[in-house]
Ligand binder design. Structure first.
Ligand code: SF4
Length: 350
């Protein structure tokens, strides 16, 4: 009789190592706690993203749970997911199910590198309408190639046992059955173990924001060669799409400095000569008409008291050697080019 060998990983319980996906918030913190309480070594993995405005509390993970956290960055391939998500978008441009799959696939590769035995997350059943209902959790698990092997310690008791629970490597009776949006159980647990005194909001993802999504859609439409790093500049300044050109005007000194740091080598820099005002960045196409419009915007947001003035421009901020005289267009004309894409900025003009 021929016996068939089943390919099962051989894992020793006393040397089990879990890789936890860590946003830095309360859910991932308590998920790590539950795994650590079983005497299992935990390594953390955080994904850096230009879209995340997380206020992470990595200090608690380091200091109180003694967890080492590695950071990976989203790759340019994440933009393909935003362009064309297999499982669709949430309310705005957030492709949550595809995003989870993407991250877990990367975590799976990373798990091999650090010789971890399993992956766990701080996901909670029904906490998020788009990506954490039962069907979505199953899709994410299957599509990431982690079927039966993705542990969600906070909601485990509502889910089918994983391979690790079935094999007795992880004690299911010490996992939890949390579901829904309330964070009360997690907070109580964190308080009980001296990890936190009070809840802190972990921030959010810009892809769920309508105004940022509008900026993002515009960039995707006009630029096929986007890089993930190009997304950072979308967070700062007033954005205008004039013909095929993108014009970004700083709102204050901090944004002016950021725009100078984030601009690409071929972008043009413009400012009003001898008058305090914005840094303006001009991207993509360039011609006389675009320069004139950008100059008008730059003058409009400066401290200039007259209706016309001189701006200087160039690619090197230390050497803005070209100049152009322009008049400030009336706000009706300026609004026209914002209205097409950026609702937020209409308020700023008035
Ligand atoms: S909210 Fe943003 S970071 Fe979170 S799953 Fe959705 S797309 Fe990904």
């Amino acid at each position: 009789m021929i016996s068939i060998m089943v390919d099962k990983p051989t894992i020793k319980k006393d040397r089990l190592r879990g890789l936890g996906l860590i946003s830095g918030g309360l859910d991932s913190l308590t998920a790590c706690l539950l795994i650590k309480q079983q005497g299992i070594e935990v390594i953390g993995l955080n994904f850096k993203s230009p879209f995340c405005q997380y206020e992470s509390r990595f200090d608690i993970f380091h200091e109180k749970l003694e967890i080492k956290i590695y950071c990976l960055s989203l790759g340019d391939d994440f933009l393909d997911i935003i362009r064309n998500p297999k499982f669709g978008y949430g309310r705005n441009l957030n492709p949550c199910v595809d995003c989870r799959i993407y991250i877990l696939k990367k975590a799976k590769e990373f798990m091999k590198k650090i010789k971890a035995d399993f992956i766990f997350t701080g996901e909670v059943l029904n906490q998020r309408p788009k990506s954490q209902h039962m069907k979505a959790l199953k899709i994410v698990e299957k599509e990431s190639g982690l079927e039966g092997k993705l542990l969600r310690p906070l909601s485990a008791l509502h889910l089918k046992p994983t391979f690790y629970e079935e094999e007795g490597l992880i004690d299911r009776s010490k996992l939890m059955g949390i579901k829904g949006r309330s964070r009360k159980v997690q907070l109580d647990l964190a308080k009980e173990h001296g990890l936190l005194e009070e809840y802190f909001a972990c921030g959010g993802c810009l892809l769920t924001d309508i105004n940022f999504s509008n900026r993002m859609r515009d960039s995707l439409k006009f630029n096929n060669a986007l890089k993930i790093g190009d997304m950072n500049i979308l967070k700062y300044g007033r954005h205008f799409r004039f013909k095929n050109s993108k014009i970004i005007v700083g709102r204050n000194e901090i944004e002016n400095n950021l725009l100078l740091q984030l601009k690409k080598p071929n972008d043009l820099i413009m400012e009003v000569q001898d008058v305090p005002g914005p840094i303006t960045i001009i991207q993509d196409e360039l011609n006389e008409e675009i320069l004139k419009y950008a100059a008008s915007l730059t003058l409009r947001y400066s401290d200039l008291e007259e209706s016309k003035g001189k701006v200087v421009y160039g690619k090197d901020y230390q050497n803005l050697s070209k100049e152009i005289f322009s008049e400030i267009e009336n706000d009706e004309i300026l609004k026209k080019y914002i209205l097409s894409f950026y609702i937020l900025n209409i308020m700023e003009l008035s």
